[in-house]
Design a binder for this molecule. Structure first.
Ligand SMILES: Nc1ncnc2c1ncn2[C@@H]1O[C@H](COP(=O)(O)OP(=O)(O)OP(=O)(O)O)[C@@H](O)[C@H]1O
Length: 263
Protein backbone atom coordinates (compact mmCIF):
# COMPACT_ATOMS: atom_id res chain seq x y z
CA UNK A 1 0.00 0.00 0.00
CA UNK A 2 1.25 3.46 -0.90
CA UNK A 3 -0.42 5.29 1.94
CA UNK A 4 1.88 6.93 4.45
CA UNK A 5 -0.59 6.33 7.27
CA UNK A 6 -1.86 9.88 7.82
CA UNK A 7 -5.68 9.94 7.66
CA UNK A 8 -6.97 12.25 4.96
CA UNK A 9 -10.62 11.35 5.41
CA UNK A 10 -11.97 10.25 8.76
CA UNK A 11 -15.69 9.43 9.03
CA UNK A 12 -17.19 8.39 12.36
CA UNK A 13 -20.68 6.99 12.65
CA UNK A 14 -22.07 9.07 9.80
CA UNK A 15 -25.81 9.16 9.27
CA UNK A 16 -27.63 10.90 6.48
CA UNK A 17 -31.41 10.92 6.27
CA UNK A 18 -33.14 12.59 3.31
CA UNK A 19 -36.62 13.86 4.03
CA UNK A 20 -38.72 13.07 0.96
CA UNK A 21 -42.42 13.33 0.08
CA UNK A 22 -42.65 9.56 0.71
CA UNK A 23 -41.02 9.87 4.13
CA UNK A 24 -37.43 9.72 5.36
CA UNK A 25 -34.78 7.83 3.32
CA UNK A 26 -31.74 6.71 5.28
CA UNK A 27 -29.00 7.05 2.65
CA UNK A 28 -26.17 6.42 5.17
CA UNK A 29 -26.26 4.69 8.51
CA UNK A 30 -23.39 4.40 10.97
CA UNK A 31 -20.69 4.80 8.31
CA UNK A 32 -17.19 4.83 9.81
CA UNK A 33 -14.12 4.82 7.58
CA UNK A 34 -10.55 6.00 7.60
CA UNK A 35 -8.79 6.80 4.33
CA UNK A 36 -5.03 7.32 4.46
CA UNK A 37 -2.99 9.68 2.30
CA UNK A 38 -2.24 8.16 -1.08
CA UNK A 39 -4.79 5.38 -0.83
CA UNK A 40 -6.97 4.32 -3.75
CA UNK A 41 -10.35 3.48 -2.23
CA UNK A 42 -13.24 2.03 -4.22
CA UNK A 43 -16.87 2.01 -3.10
CA UNK A 44 -18.93 -0.82 -4.49
CA UNK A 45 -22.50 -1.90 -3.87
CA UNK A 46 -25.94 -2.10 -5.46
CA UNK A 47 -27.88 0.93 -6.59
CA UNK A 48 -29.07 3.08 -3.70
CA UNK A 49 -26.51 1.92 -1.11
CA UNK A 50 -25.22 5.45 -0.61
CA UNK A 51 -21.96 5.42 -2.60
CA UNK A 52 -22.63 8.72 -4.32
CA UNK A 53 -24.04 10.22 -1.13
CA UNK A 54 -20.86 9.34 0.77
CA UNK A 55 -18.66 10.89 -1.92
CA UNK A 56 -20.88 13.99 -1.86
CA UNK A 57 -20.53 14.23 1.93
CA UNK A 58 -16.73 14.13 1.57
CA UNK A 59 -16.97 16.90 -1.05
CA UNK A 60 -19.25 19.07 1.15
CA UNK A 61 -22.09 18.70 -1.35
CA UNK A 62 -24.30 17.03 1.28
CA UNK A 63 -24.52 17.65 5.00
CA UNK A 64 -24.66 14.53 7.23
CA UNK A 65 -27.51 14.40 9.76
CA UNK A 66 -25.35 12.60 12.34
CA UNK A 67 -21.77 11.59 13.11
CA UNK A 68 -18.56 13.41 12.22
CA UNK A 69 -16.28 13.69 9.22
CA UNK A 70 -12.99 15.46 8.67
CA UNK A 71 -11.03 15.96 5.46
CA UNK A 72 -7.35 16.86 5.97
CA UNK A 73 -8.26 17.38 9.64
CA UNK A 74 -10.90 20.06 8.94
CA UNK A 75 -14.59 20.05 7.95
CA UNK A 76 -15.44 19.07 4.35
CA UNK A 77 -16.54 22.64 3.69
CA UNK A 78 -13.22 24.09 4.90
CA UNK A 79 -11.39 21.47 2.84
CA UNK A 80 -13.40 22.46 -0.23
CA UNK A 81 -12.48 26.09 0.27
CA UNK A 82 -8.83 25.05 0.57
CA UNK A 83 -9.28 23.29 -2.83
CA UNK A 84 -8.59 19.88 -1.35
CA UNK A 85 -10.47 17.95 -4.02
CA UNK A 86 -11.34 17.55 -7.64
CA UNK A 87 -14.53 15.73 -8.66
CA UNK A 88 -15.08 13.57 -11.74
CA UNK A 89 -18.62 12.54 -12.73
CA UNK A 90 -19.96 9.68 -14.81
CA UNK A 91 -20.57 11.96 -17.80
CA UNK A 92 -17.50 13.93 -18.86
CA UNK A 93 -19.60 17.13 -18.77
CA UNK A 94 -17.35 19.13 -21.08
CA UNK A 95 -18.68 22.34 -22.61
CA UNK A 96 -19.01 21.70 -26.38
CA UNK A 97 -18.21 25.31 -27.31
CA UNK A 98 -14.90 25.27 -25.46
CA UNK A 99 -11.76 23.46 -26.59
CA UNK A 100 -10.30 20.73 -24.39
CA UNK A 101 -7.75 23.22 -23.01
CA UNK A 102 -10.59 25.73 -22.52
CA UNK A 103 -12.57 23.19 -20.52
CA UNK A 104 -9.61 22.17 -18.36
CA UNK A 105 -8.82 25.83 -17.76
CA UNK A 106 -12.34 26.72 -16.62
CA UNK A 107 -11.95 26.03 -12.88
CA UNK A 108 -8.68 27.96 -12.93
CA UNK A 109 -10.42 30.95 -14.53
CA UNK A 110 -13.18 30.79 -11.93
CA UNK A 111 -10.59 30.67 -9.16
CA UNK A 112 -8.73 33.62 -10.65
CA UNK A 113 -5.37 32.02 -11.49
CA UNK A 114 -3.12 34.32 -13.57
CA UNK A 115 -3.09 33.55 -17.32
CA UNK A 116 0.50 32.28 -17.49
CA UNK A 117 -0.05 29.87 -14.60
CA UNK A 118 -3.29 28.64 -16.17
CA UNK A 119 -1.48 27.76 -19.39
CA UNK A 120 1.28 25.96 -17.52
CA UNK A 121 -1.16 23.95 -15.42
CA UNK A 122 -3.26 22.97 -18.43
CA UNK A 123 -0.13 21.79 -20.24
CA UNK A 124 0.91 19.70 -17.22
CA UNK A 125 -2.43 18.00 -16.58
CA UNK A 126 -3.06 17.24 -20.25
CA UNK A 127 0.33 15.54 -20.25
CA UNK A 128 -0.64 13.60 -17.10
CA UNK A 129 -3.73 12.14 -18.79
CA UNK A 130 -1.85 11.60 -22.07
CA UNK A 131 -3.75 14.24 -24.03
CA UNK A 132 -0.83 16.50 -24.94
CA UNK A 133 -1.52 17.83 -28.41
CA UNK A 134 -5.31 17.65 -28.04
CA UNK A 135 -5.77 20.95 -26.19
CA UNK A 136 -7.05 22.75 -29.31
CA UNK A 137 -9.61 20.10 -30.22
CA UNK A 138 -13.28 20.33 -29.31
CA UNK A 139 -14.91 17.62 -27.17
CA UNK A 140 -16.83 16.15 -30.13
CA UNK A 141 -13.53 15.53 -31.91
CA UNK A 142 -12.44 13.14 -29.14
CA UNK A 143 -13.56 9.59 -28.31
CA UNK A 144 -15.61 8.94 -25.14
CA UNK A 145 -12.54 7.66 -23.31
CA UNK A 146 -10.51 10.72 -24.28
CA UNK A 147 -13.33 13.01 -23.13
CA UNK A 148 -13.37 11.27 -19.79
CA UNK A 149 -9.58 11.74 -19.53
CA UNK A 150 -10.10 15.44 -20.26
CA UNK A 151 -12.59 15.63 -17.39
CA UNK A 152 -10.01 13.97 -15.12
CA UNK A 153 -7.49 16.60 -16.27
CA UNK A 154 -9.99 19.33 -15.38
CA UNK A 155 -10.43 17.84 -11.89
CA UNK A 156 -6.64 17.78 -11.48
CA UNK A 157 -6.06 21.30 -12.83
CA UNK A 158 -5.75 23.01 -9.45
CA UNK A 159 -3.64 20.18 -8.06
CA UNK A 160 -6.06 18.94 -5.40
CA UNK A 161 -4.63 16.13 -3.22
CA UNK A 162 -7.91 14.23 -3.32
CA UNK A 163 -9.65 13.02 -6.44
CA UNK A 164 -13.28 11.92 -6.05
CA UNK A 165 -14.57 9.89 -9.00
CA UNK A 166 -18.20 8.80 -9.33
CA UNK A 167 -18.40 5.93 -11.84
CA UNK A 168 -16.21 7.79 -14.29
CA UNK A 169 -15.90 4.88 -16.73
CA UNK A 170 -19.37 3.35 -16.30
CA UNK A 171 -20.61 4.43 -19.72
CA UNK A 172 -17.58 3.19 -21.68
CA UNK A 173 -17.04 -0.15 -23.39
CA UNK A 174 -14.85 -2.72 -21.70
CA UNK A 175 -11.75 -2.35 -23.85
CA UNK A 176 -11.63 1.41 -23.42
CA UNK A 177 -12.34 0.96 -19.74
CA UNK A 178 -9.42 -1.47 -19.33
CA UNK A 179 -7.12 1.04 -20.95
CA UNK A 180 -8.38 3.90 -18.77
CA UNK A 181 -8.01 1.76 -15.66
CA UNK A 182 -4.34 1.16 -16.53
CA UNK A 183 -3.80 4.86 -17.17
CA UNK A 184 -5.55 5.88 -13.97
CA UNK A 185 -3.40 3.51 -11.91
CA UNK A 186 -0.29 4.90 -13.51
CA UNK A 187 -1.47 8.48 -12.86
CA UNK A 188 -2.20 7.59 -9.24
CA UNK A 189 1.28 6.06 -8.78
CA UNK A 190 2.98 9.09 -10.35
CA UNK A 191 1.02 11.72 -8.43
CA UNK A 192 0.41 10.09 -5.02
CA UNK A 193 -3.17 11.46 -4.98
CA UNK A 194 -5.75 10.04 -2.61
CA UNK A 195 -8.56 8.64 -4.75
CA UNK A 196 -12.18 7.81 -3.83
CA UNK A 197 -13.78 5.87 -6.68
CA UNK A 198 -17.38 4.66 -7.07
CA UNK A 199 -17.98 1.64 -9.28
CA UNK A 200 -20.42 -1.19 -9.93
CA UNK A 201 -17.70 -3.43 -11.33
CA UNK A 202 -15.98 -5.98 -9.11
CA UNK A 203 -12.93 -6.43 -11.43
CA UNK A 204 -12.52 -2.66 -11.71
CA UNK A 205 -12.65 -2.21 -7.92
CA UNK A 206 -10.16 -5.02 -7.29
CA UNK A 207 -7.81 -3.96 -10.08
CA UNK A 208 -7.58 -0.34 -8.99
CA UNK A 209 -7.82 -0.25 -5.23
CA UNK A 210 -5.65 -0.43 -2.18
CA UNK A 211 -8.88 -0.64 -0.19
CA UNK A 212 -12.34 -1.82 -1.26
CA UNK A 213 -15.40 -0.66 0.67
CA UNK A 214 -18.42 -2.92 0.16
CA UNK A 215 -21.77 -1.25 0.86
CA UNK A 216 -25.39 -2.39 1.02
CA UNK A 217 -28.67 -0.48 0.79
CA UNK A 218 -31.71 0.41 2.93
CA UNK A 219 -30.16 1.77 5.02
CA UNK A 220 -26.88 2.49 3.20
CA UNK A 221 -24.02 1.08 5.26
CA UNK A 222 -20.58 -0.51 5.00
CA UNK A 223 -20.60 -4.31 5.12
CA UNK A 224 -16.91 -5.02 4.49
CA UNK A 225 -13.62 -3.16 4.10
CA UNK A 226 -10.98 -5.14 2.25
CA UNK A 227 -7.30 -4.14 2.30
CA UNK A 228 -5.90 -5.32 -1.01
CA UNK A 229 -2.89 -7.66 -0.86
CA UNK A 230 -2.03 -6.88 -4.51
CA UNK A 231 1.21 -5.02 -5.33
CA UNK A 232 1.05 -1.38 -6.53
CA UNK A 233 2.49 -2.43 -9.89
CA UNK A 234 -0.45 -4.13 -11.64
CA UNK A 235 -0.39 -5.31 -15.23
CA UNK A 236 -3.90 -6.07 -16.57
CA UNK A 237 -3.25 -9.82 -16.52
CA UNK A 238 -2.95 -9.67 -12.72
CA UNK A 239 -6.71 -10.22 -13.00
CA UNK A 240 -6.05 -13.91 -13.76
CA UNK A 241 -3.95 -14.54 -10.64
CA UNK A 242 -5.28 -16.49 -7.62
CA UNK A 243 -4.66 -13.45 -5.33
CA UNK A 244 -6.85 -11.26 -7.52
CA UNK A 245 -9.61 -13.87 -7.79
CA UNK A 246 -9.56 -14.35 -4.03
CA UNK A 247 -10.15 -10.64 -3.39
CA UNK A 248 -12.89 -10.57 -6.07
CA UNK A 249 -14.51 -13.54 -4.35
CA UNK A 250 -14.52 -11.75 -1.01
CA UNK A 251 -16.11 -8.66 -2.58
CA UNK A 252 -18.78 -10.84 -4.17
CA UNK A 253 -19.47 -12.54 -0.83
CA UNK A 254 -19.79 -9.14 0.86
CA UNK A 255 -22.26 -7.98 -1.79
CA UNK A 256 -24.26 -11.18 -1.41
CA UNK A 257 -24.36 -10.90 2.40
CA UNK A 258 -25.59 -7.30 2.11
CA UNK A 259 -28.32 -8.41 -0.25
CA UNK A 260 -29.51 -11.24 2.03
CA UNK A 261 -29.83 -8.72 4.88
CA UNK A 262 -32.06 -6.66 2.64
CA UNK A 263 -34.63 -9.42 2.05
N1 LIG B 1 -31.26 14.48 -2.79
C1 LIG B 1 -31.89 13.36 -2.40
N2 LIG B 1 -33.14 13.38 -1.92
C2 LIG B 1 -33.77 12.26 -1.52
N3 LIG B 1 -33.24 11.03 -1.57
C3 LIG B 1 -31.99 10.92 -2.06
C4 LIG B 1 -31.26 12.07 -2.52
N4 LIG B 1 -30.03 11.65 -2.95
C5 LIG B 1 -30.02 10.32 -2.77
N5 LIG B 1 -31.19 9.87 -2.25
C6 LIG B 1 -31.52 8.48 -1.88
O1 LIG B 1 -30.50 8.01 -1.02
C7 LIG B 1 -30.18 6.65 -1.32
C8 LIG B 1 -28.71 6.53 -1.67
O2 LIG B 1 -28.49 7.16 -2.93
P1 LIG B 1 -27.08 7.20 -3.66
O3 LIG B 1 -27.25 7.95 -4.94
O4 LIG B 1 -26.04 7.66 -2.72
O5 LIG B 1 -26.83 5.65 -3.98
P2 LIG B 1 -25.72 4.99 -4.91
O6 LIG B 1 -25.21 3.82 -4.14
O7 LIG B 1 -24.75 5.98 -5.37
O8 LIG B 1 -26.62 4.46 -6.12
P3 LIG B 1 -26.26 4.33 -7.69
O9 LIG B 1 -25.33 3.18 -7.79
O10 LIG B 1 -27.60 4.04 -8.30
O11 LIG B 1 -25.68 5.63 -8.12
C9 LIG B 1 -31.12 6.22 -2.41
O12 LIG B 1 -32.24 5.57 -1.82
C10 LIG B 1 -31.51 7.53 -3.07
O13 LIG B 1 -32.80 7.43 -3.66
Amino acid sequence: MDADGAAVIEARDLDLVFETADGPVQALKGVSLSIGRGEFVSFIGPSGCGKTTFLRVIAALEEPTGGTITVNGVSPDEARRARAYGYVFQAAGLYPWRTIAGNVKLPLEIMGYPAAEREERVRKVLELVELSGFGNKYPWQLSGGMQQRASIARALAFDADILLMDEPFGALDEIVRDHLNEQLLSLWRRTGKTIGFVTHSIPEAVYLSTKIVVMSPRPGRITDVIESPLPAERPLDIRDTPEFLEVAHRVREGLRAGHAYDE
